[in-house]
Design a protein around this ligand. Structure first.
Ligand SMILES: [Zn+2]
Length: 175
């Protein structure tokens, strides 16, 4: 039986990440059987790790959106050739950012606007005095949002067109 003072705190983080040698991992498993202090530390570390993992999963792009973009990339790759893969990936990543940002920004805004208009209707006619202010502000913000989205889409399309142009130019040069 090992001494209780032979603690393994410095190995616990690596133990959770499966980065220890078999010998070290065995030492940790052996030790936490008898040492409550190190066992508690291990559970705390695992808890923090799990929470970080959960938080990471929650901010991940929805799988359906990712699949849609990946499918588009696959189609583009078939049309333009595997050699242009990097450019397609670049355009794909930009499209993903555009779509993700648009979805993430538009959904809460639309819900907020809908809720606000619903409240307006419920509260009554006095509130209609504030409508010009709200209506004046919402289109302005929406225009900026759509404008930024359109610019990013144009950039993605431009990248793709430049890629295709460069491809055909190179072929002509080879002939
Ligand atoms: Zn210990």
């Amino acid at each position: 039986m090992k001494k209780v003072t032979d603690h393994v705190e410095e190995l616990l983080s690596a133990y959770i990440d499966h980065e220890l040698t078999e010998e070290e991992a065995h030492r940790v498993r052996d030790h936490i059987k008898t040492c409550e202090s190190c066992r508690e530390t291990l559970y705390s570390l695992q808890h923090v790790r799990d929470q970080l993992h959960d938080a990471y999963e929650k901010v991940e792009v929805p799988a359906s959106l990712e699949q849609a973009v990946m499918a588009s990339i696959a189609v583009l790759e078939r049309k333009t050739g595997v050699a242009n893969g990097f450019g397609i990936w670049l355009a794909g990543v930009i499209s993903l950012i555009v779509m993700g940002a648009t979805a993430a920004l538009m959904a809460p805004i639309l819900i907020a606007i809908a809720k606000f208009l619903y409240k307006l209707a419920g509260i009554g006619i006095k509130i209609w005095q504030t409508v010009p202010i709200v209506v004046g502000a919402i289109p302005y913000f929406t225009v900026i949002l759509y404008g930024a989205t359109i610019i990013l889409i144009i950039v993605s399309v431009g990248l793709l067109l430049r890629l295709r142009f460069t491809g055909s130019y190179d072929r002509r040069e080879l002939l």
